[in-house]
Design a protein around this ligand. Structure first.
Ligand SMILES: C[S@@+](CC[C@H](N)C(=O)[O-])C[C@H]1O[C@@H](n2cnc3c(N)ncnc32)[C@H](O)[C@@H]1O
Length: 209
């Protein structure tokens, strides 16, 4: 069986310099676009501490930290991507990084007020576990934002990719893990973004999809 974590690590270690130089844009503009949208959706959220899973070269954390300060942890499986993220966020108070796969997060239950995962999820050979882990490390009322390639318009997954999902499949993954889905959208036809809340209606306003 393919070791997808190893393949992803090698793939992203190899492209990290180019990726970091353009915040991912040389590859496709979609991750940056989804980071911007995720930052907008987090505007009203008092999350305190945020975990960015598959943080890559640190674009989303730098965007949020510049806007509003706060505490951030960036997690990624690629040491070369993390090296760029550390360099980008050098001197930024409250920002740390962890090298790990998304299927087993090295944090305690309820440690974060928000978890984000932008254009990384399609690499995970353990989609349900990755969402369950995000749920576990969120406190009650915390939000999870997942954005990724839209299976409705994508081709076949590549060598280091596991699967693509549609917006509705993304929303269903969150619901099965226990999240109340508040946003399910396609910022462009090539990507989807879903936002779920742990604890549901008690903490947030569920909007019709
Ligand atoms: C396309 S980049 C996106 C980076 C960043 N989120 C952004 O929006 O620019 C995908 C990232 O996911 C990371 N990744 C791939 N598989 C992973 C896994 N199993 N666990 C954690 N990170 C992973 C890669 O190393 C890479 O940095």
């Amino acid at each position: 069986m393919k070791d997808l974590e190893k393949l992803s690590r090698e793939h992203f270690d190899g492209m990290a310099d180019n990726y970091a130089a353009t915040d991912g844009e040389y590859y496709t503009p979609l991750p940056k676009l989804c980071c911007t949208r995720a930052a907008e959706l987090l505007e009203g959220e008092d999350f305190g501490r945020l975990l960015d899973v598959g943080c890559g070269s640190g674009y989303l954390i730098s965007l949020l930290h510049e806007k509003r300060g706060g505490e951030y942890v960036g997690l990624d499986i690629s040491p070369a991507m993390l090296a760029h993220a550390r360099e980008k966020l050098q001197g930024a108070d409250g920002v740390t990084f962890a090298e790990s796969g998304a299927g087993s997060l090295p944090f305690g239950d309820g440690a974060f007020g928000a978890v984000t995962c932008i254009f990384s999820f399609h690499h995970y050979p353990y989609p349900e576990r990755a969402v369950a882990e995000a749920y576990r490390v969120l406190r009650e009322g915390g939000v999870y934002i997942l954005a990724d390639v839209n299976a409705a318009t994508a081709g076949e997954p590549g060598e280091e990719e596991f699967a693509f999902y549609t917006r509705d499949e993304g929303a269903a993954l969150l619901e099965r893990a226990g999240f109340a889905v508040e946003v399910a959208e396609e910022p462009t036809p090539r990507c989807f973004l879903v936002k779920g809340r742990k604890g549901g209606a008690e903490f947030g306003q569920r909007q019709p999809r």
